[in-house]
Structures are given as C-alpha cells and as structure tokens.
Design a binder for this molecule. Structure first.
Ligand SMILES: Cc1ncc(COP(=O)(O)O)c(C=O)c1O
Length: 394
C-alpha cells in the first residue's frame, strides 16, 4: 500500500503537535467523543449572543444583494470606522489607508507572516503562547523562537531573556496583551523595554490586541504602536471575535505601516481575495451602532471572573491572578498528572472540559486554562465537579 502520509508537508504535519484533535492525544480525543453532556469551562468562544443590530446589518446586506468581492483591503467605510476606533480608543495615528480587513485575526496573522518572512527568519514569542503563532510562522518558512514567561512573575516578560534570544535573523517579536492563555497584561514599561530593543537590533513588533476590552483590577491596556517611533515598526492585529462575540463571522484586521500596505494587501488578495461582504457589514454595525450592548457583556464576564476566582480560592486550586483576557491558568502540579492526563480524567469522570496547558507550549505544562465563557449556573455545576475532582490534591 502506498503511504500517502509521505506526501504531506513536514511543516504542516508538525503543525498537528499541539492539536487536541490529533491522534497523538488519543485519550483526550476519545474522552471528548464519549462524554455525555460535556460542559466546557476552558472555551475561547464568547457565549453571549451577538446583538440583533449587528445581525440586522448582515441580513440587510444579504437582502440588498451586497454579495460581491470587496476591495482586497476591505470596504472603505469599515476601514474608516476601524481607523477612527484606533485613533479614539487606542490613540494610534492610523488612517483607513493603514487598514487591511481579514477573515479574523487568525488570517491577519497569516497574511502578516506571509508578507514579511523569508526562509529562516526568526520570530520571538513567549512560551506559553497562542499556538497559532508558532505554527503559522513555521508554515510561512520562519523559525519560532520562544522566551519563557514564568508563573511566579505573573507570566510577565523577562527583557534580559528576550535580549538573549535576539539574533541577526530576528525579524519579529510577538506581543499578545492581554494574553491567551495566561491573561497577562504587558505593562507600558515592559513595552518601552521591548521598543528600545526593537530599535537597537532592528526588528518589528506585532501587537495582538484581540482581548483589549478584557482588563481588570485597574490594569492599563496600552497599544504598542503608541510608543515613540514605533508606528513604523509595529503591525497591530485586532478583530471582532472576542470583543463583539462574533467568532463565527470571521472578521479581523491588520493595521500596518504604509511601507507594508501594498505587499500585505496583495498577500491578503492571494489568501482569500477579500473578507466575506455580509460579515464586513456586521463589523461596521458593531463599531458604529449602540455601544451600550458591549459594556453589559463585559460586566457579565467580570462578574463571572470574580465568581471563578472565589471558587478556585475556596477549593484551594492554586491559580495565577492576572489582569486581562477571559482566561485564568490554574496550577495542577500538585495532582502529579500532566495537563493532558488531568484534562482527560476530568472529562472521563465528570464530563467537564478545560484547556490542557500542553497545547499552549511547554511553559504551560502543569497548568490548565479556565475561561469565563460558560453561562451560570452551568459554570457553577462544572466548578462543583472540578472541586470534587481536585479535593484529593488540595
Ligand atoms: C491571541 C489570539 N490572537 C488571534 C486569535 C484569532 O482570533 P480570530 O481569528 O477569531 O479573530 C485568537 C483566537 O483565540 C487569539 O487568542
């Protein structure tokens, strides 16, 4: 029999390493498949419904037959609204000419890497990381280099370790703030340190601000491109999935310096030509419509966060208290199980799913990712089961 697996791209196969759906994690795959009434308290998908005025804009577009390709970089009115948002909320000096609308932030990351990387170029990211970064970098011919951030420091950047990881091949440093999976918010001071290194060693910075609205305990959300001289060195990645609860509509964007615009736009053209037209209309409505809907959602998530924290304290499951995103990393090392074993057992015994740290890199082993994207009282019930499961290790 011909072994067709030999035909597959080695980089694409390596890309499966962290995938929960990969047969290299057969126990987890089987646990998920066999579970009855599975409740996910580690999900990355906002559960509150998308407001009607956003969906109406999409329905109107469909009814009016607005279904053709748009300009590759997106509908002009949406790019204007995005630039206005970035100016007003993030204090960034972008105009609509800097914006490229994409199918989610994920495609923005892909387009940015494809437009910038030459074979062997190095891209520095933290470990733990959002695994799309290292995989997309590899698929685009680059080498991902990771710098560990440690739970003891609240997963904050170590600028000495960062500088040590820089080589003449370093092209990009990825800053995700607030972070997935750790929830860490990178401070303005740390960003200034990264900016100084960017000038010293001549690299670019990607600022992924997808979780910008999820900020707690008085932390400051700061956009990297605001720093002096950084607008020309920064690629800002953002989107509608997390803030607006629109993960399935697939709208994100890049804000790029003008020197990158044409190449990145043509790269975006080759990837999927343009972003779906009705969903661009939905994104425009989300930015320009009644903003009170979003504040209410964030208040609900903040309440859930306070509840989750109180429950973890009560059950004596240690966790790292960070100030952003909608994730909390709980420390399961006392169980003597690795994160995949822990997560599989929890599903097998209680039909409760969490995010095993292993999918976020070696730096997250010994941790599980919990999230706020589960409605109460479902969340309460799942936490009761987690408490029962954790009891022998507390
Ligand atoms: C840090 C980060 N960046 C980008 C993405 C991609 O998001 P989307 O393509 O839905 O905008 C995610 C999704 O979870 C993420 O966590």
């Amino acid at each position: 029999m011909t072994d067709f697996s030999q035909m597959l791209s080695k980089v694409a196969v390596a890309n499966l390493e962290h995938s929960i759906g990969n047969p290299i994690n057969p126990r987890m795959v089987a646990a998920v498949q066999n579970a009855k009434g599975l409740v996910n308290i580690g999900s990355g998908t906002p559960d509150l419904p998308t407001p009607d005025f956003v969906l109406d804009a999409m329905r109107d577009g469909l009814r009016d037959g607005i279904l053709q390709y748009t300009p590759y970089d997106g509908i002009a009115s949406l790019r204007q609204a995005i630039a206005a948002k970035l100016q007003k909320e993030n204090h960034l000096e972008y105009t609509e000419n800097n914006i490229i609308v994409t199918a989610g932030a994920q495609e923005a990351i892909y387009v940015m890497c494809a437009a910038l990387l030459n074979p062997g170029d190095e891209v520095i990211l933290t470990n733990p990381y959002y695994s799309a970064y290292n995989n997309i970098v590899a698929l685009c011919g680059g080498n991902a280099v990771t710098v560990h951030v440690k739970p003891e420091t609240g997963w904050s950047w170590d600028l000495v370790a960062l500088e040590a990881a820089i080589t003449p091949r370093t092209k990009l440093v990825i800053v995700v703030s607030p972070d997935n999976p750790t929830g860490a918010v990178v401070t303005r001071e740390t960003m200034m340190g990264i900016a100084a290194l960017a000038e010293k060693y001549n690299f670019l910075v990607v600022s992924d601000e997808l979780y910008e609205k999820y900020i707690y305990d008085g932390a400051e959300q700061f956009s990297f491109a605001r720093l002096p001289n950084m607008l020309e060195r920064t690629i800002t990645v953002n989107g509608f999935s997390k803030t607006y609860g629109m993960t399935g509509l697939r709208v994100g964007y890049l804000a790029v310096p003008m020197w990158l615009k044409q190449v990145a736009t043509e790269t975006r053209h080759m990837h999927s030509i343009s972003t779906s037209t009705p969903t661009q209309l939905a994104a425009l409505a989300a930015l320009t419509g009644d903003q009170s809907a979003w504040a209410e959602r964030l208040a609900t998530y903040a309440e859930r966060r306070a509840y989750l924290i109180s429950r973890l304290e009560q059950m004596k499951l240690p966790f790292i208290r960070t100030k952003g995103s909608y994730y909390i990393m709980a420390d399961i090392r006392a169980s003597n199980m690795n994160s995949m074993e822990f997560s599989s057992s929890l599903i097998e015994q209680h039909s409760v799913r969490v995010g095993p740290g292993a999918v976020f890199g070696s730096g997250a082993e010994g941790f599980i990712r919990l999230s706020l994207m589960c409605p109460r009282p479902t969340m309460d019930g799942a936490l009761d089961k987690l408490e029962q499961f954790w009891k022998p290790f507390a």
